[in-house]
Design a binder for this molecule. Structure first.
Ligand SMILES: [Zn+2]
Ligand SMILES: [Zn+2]
Ligand SMILES: [Zn+2]
Ligand SMILES: [Zn+2]
Ligand SMILES: [Zn+2]
Ligand SMILES: [Zn+2]
Length: 326
């Protein structure tokens, strides 16, 4: 019996032979049912393994059969691998092409950010009031952030047209908007009229709304700063207040008086004889010595000056009221 005949006989006598619908093994192996082919190969191998090896010719035939099975198995595996990856590659290629087309279409509708040169959709960018430039939200935020740190950039502009906060508020972070609004009040205050907290580690700008009677109260640390000398708030007149100082010099020389009320300290000029002054703030005092009314011994009337008008001279006992100082 030839080896081939031995092999065929062996296969046909296999108890698993019924599993193979056709005797043409090759065509079966070429089918793409990997699972079933694998099972048959495994069963045949087990079957061959169980055969006694005492017949040399049969043993050799079975050895060949085993080798053949291995070759077929490798063949099938390669074939399926190729089919699988070719299919996958084709799929990937089509997907890549579709994405690329989509990308090109989308890119044509994109705008370039003037700040970073990246491309964004209309909804991802802000059109500057100059009508020529666009900014992505990140660059827009940076623009406002830089302005907070550098007054020379204020107000933020594009092509000399101001970018108003109201137009970009909804595109910016709430915290940034709040910080910018605070800074805006500072920038909008004339530099010479600004007061910063005198606290060494604070130096916070104090807005007009926190200033009363030349005293600025810091909302950050609570310290009080004199808006005239910019030092720690003090009682009495500010030595740096030149206008007040020259008015007081004049009052001293001319014999005018000053209201004792801490919240007033107004300078009053009397043109007729009565020394009883009722200030606009309601305080009553003596025109000669500045004391509260009826707490001094100065004369009530000064007959000689009753009709003196604007020429009333300084009283010999005149003492200008001095507010307590520290
Ligand atoms: Zn940008
Ligand atoms: Zn512009
Ligand atoms: Zn402060
Ligand atoms: Zn001062
Ligand atoms: Zn007064
Ligand atoms: Zn008096």
């Amino acid at each position: 019996m030839s080896t081939r005949a031995l092999v065929d006989e062996r296969i046909l006598s296999s108890p698993y032979h019924s599993l193979i619908p056709r005797t043409n093994m090759n065509s079966f192996y070429k089918s793409e049912n990997v699972g079933l082919t694998g099972l048959i190969i495994r069963l045949q191998r087990e079957d061959i393994g169980e055969v006694a090896r005492d017949d040399e010719a049969l043993s050799f035939a079975l050895e060949l059969q085993l080798q053949e099975l291995s070759i077929v198995e490798t063949d099938i595996a390669d074939h399926h691998f190729a089919i699988k990856w070719l299919g996958q590659l084709d799929c990937d290629y089509k997907l890549a092409l579709a994405l690329s087309n989509l990308h090109h279409e989308a890119d044509a509708a994109l705008l370039t950010c003037t700040g970073c040169d990246s491309r964004f959709t209309r909804h991802q960018s802000f059109k500057a009031p100059c009508d020529r430039h666009f900014f992505c939200f990140e660059c827009l935020a940076n623009f406002f952030e830089y302005t907070i740190g550098d007054e020379s950039l204020y107000p933020p502009k594009c092509c000399d047209t101001e970018i108003s906060l109201d137009n970009v508020k909804k595109m910016l972070d709430d915290k940034l908007v709040a910080r910018y609004e605070k800074k805006k009040i500072e920038y909008d205050t004339e530099p010479t009229k600004r007061t910063y907290c005198h606290g060494l580690k604070c130096n916070t700008f104090i807005p007009e709304s926190s200033i009363e009677n030349d005293v600025a109260t810091c909302s950050d640390c609570g310290k009080r700063t004199c808006t005239i000398c910019k030092e720690k708030s003090h009682r009495g007149d500010c030595p740096k207040d030149e206008d007040t100082q020259s008015l007081l010099d004049m009052a001293e020389k001319e014999g005018w008086q000053r209201c004792y009320n801490t919240k007033c300290h107004r300078v009053v000029v009397l043109t007729i004889g009565c020394n009883h002054i009722t200030c606009r703030c309601g305080a009553q005092f003596c025109y000669i010595c500045g004391a509260r009314w009826k707490t001094c011994l100065c004369p009530h009337m000064n007959e000689a000056y009753l009709l003196a008008g604007n020429d009333r001279p300084r009283h010999a006992e005149h003492r200008l009221f001095q507010p307590p100082q520290d």
